[in-house]
Design a binder for this molecule. Structure first.
Ligand code: RNT
Ligand code: ZN
Length: 420
């Protein structure tokens, strides 16, 4: 690290210390927060099942930036490249449609750990843990927009079996990696236009979920989560798995609720939900994402909403109870850069939250001195955060500043541009 960087950090350390904040403690804490990096940013949620399964279920990836991963080896290499530019030790989030079946057709209800052996060995070899997601989209039995809540019992049964198969795969990951595999269920089910019967699909979804979760799994190996949504493309009028539906389901069945930052009304604060849900639930899964108008999955940036989410997790002392996953996909920019930008933004938000002069803020609030509280909140914004972030990158062995972009550009020239 250059002398001027070191001097900048030393100066920052003193500035923060003057407000009662220990930058060393913040850096130490930050280095141990895992973020689950979603594999699906690397290939536009395509997966490896072949071409007869176009993306659907309201998931839309726009853009045709060259160089996307065409197979699992390329995807893993791209993830490694991204991880080399993100400080910290993180996790990898897989979807069932990223199975490797060596050209054989294995339907989703027949998936087994062996189809993820390469992912598992790759992850274990690099000290990475895996999280998992059954894939309830891009499949002939999801074509009409319904899966677990489908009116046809045979189709429901197929998806229940898929969920069961995925939990067994997750349990295998959990057993070998020494940390639970967070296994998230999101189904696209819903109607484009106003339904007459909102009740029955929800009854069927609850029943299917119960059937899917009937087999007990060891919580040391698997943590089940369920993810709600307000609306999707093609399900604008009604989503079966709404927020209230899954909040009730998660609490009554002791599952994790997954809050996706892009799945609520635009003025609704996901951050504010964290301490509410955690009053009643031991754990929570966050899909850190960014909604922009109709799209719920833009690359995460360091905006106020992200800062607020990180603050709530840190202030509440919830770091051990909240699982942080990323969920976005953008094909208009370099896909590795998208991972790096979104991950670094989340980690920056966490560092900022760890650097808040929280003791002073709390005493101002407790004393009813809201003037000081507001003044201090505003003052915190201009503290020399960048110098501490540079130090986090330096200690994490990744480029500080825009150094990472040069590496991404070089990799694009040398590797991505050679892909057909
Ligand atoms: C969709 C959900 C879901 C997916 C991924 C691919 O609206 O957010 O989490 O994005 O599972
Ligand atoms: Zn999500």
């Amino acid at each position: 690290m250059s002398r001027s960087h070191l001097a900048a950090y030393e100066n920052a350390r003193l500035r923060y210390a003057a407000l009662g904040v220990d930058t060393e403690l913040a850096l130490e804490c930050l280095a141990h927060i895992p973020v689950s990096l979603h594999c699906w940013q690397g290939d536009d949620v395509a997966g490896f099942e072949g071409s007869d399964t176009a993306l659907d279920g309201g998931l839309a990836v726009t853009g045709n930036y060259p160089g996307k991963a065409r197979n699992a080896d390329e995807l893993r290499a791209d993830i490694e490249k991204a991880l080399s530019l993100i400080p910290g030790r993180h996790r990898i989030n897989l979807h069932a449609c990223y199975a490797e079946t060596d050209g054989r057709k294995v339907d989703r209800n027949a998936l087994a750990p062996e189809h993820f052996a390469r992912w598992r060995d790759w992850a274990l070899g690099r000290g990475l843990s895996l999280d998992f997601n059954p894939s309830f989209f891009a499949h002939r039995l999801a074509g009409d927009g319904f899966t677990l809540s489908h009116g046809d019992a045979t189709i429901r049964q197929f998806w229940i079996e898929h969920g069961i198969a995925c939990r067994r795969i997750a349990a295998h990951f959990g057993a070998v990696q020494g940390s639970p595999c967070v296994t998230n269920v999101w189904v696209p089910d819903g109607y484009k236009d106003t339904p007459v019967d909102r009740k029955t699909p929800r009854e069927r979804l609850a029943e299917s979920l119960d059937a899917m979760f009937a087999e007990p799994v060891d919580p040391r190996f698997v943590l089940d989560a369920v993810e709600s949504k307000l609306f999707g493309i093609g399900s604008e009028s009604y989503v079966v798995g709404s927020h209230e539906f899954y909040l009730g389901y998660a609490l009554s069945r002791k599952k994790l609720l997954c809050l996706d930052a892009g799945h609520f009304h635009p003025t609704e604060s996901v951050a504010d939900k964290i301490s509410s849900v955690l009053q009643w639930s031991e754990r929570l899964l966050l899909h850190v994402s960014r909604g922009v108008r109709w799209d719920s999955d833009h690359v995460v940036t360091l905006n106020d909403e992200l800062a607020f989410i990180a603050q709530e997790v840190v202030r509440g002392g919830f770091l051990g109870r909240v699982h942080l996953g990323l969920d976005f996909f953008d094909a208009t920019i370099n896909r590795i850069a998208a991972w790096v930008i979104g991950s670094r933004a989340l980690i920056q938000a966490l560092l900022r939250a760890l650097l808040e002069p929280i003791d002073r803020l709390r005493s101002a609030e407790q004393a009813g001195d809201y003037t000081t509280r507001l003044a201090l909140q505003e003052e915190s914004r201009s503290l020399p955060f960048g110098a501490v972030w540079d130090m986090a990158c330096e200690r994490g062995g990744v480029p500080a500043g825009l150094g990472w972009l040069e590496e991404v550009k070089a990799h694009e020239r040398d590797v991505l541009s050679l892909r057909g």
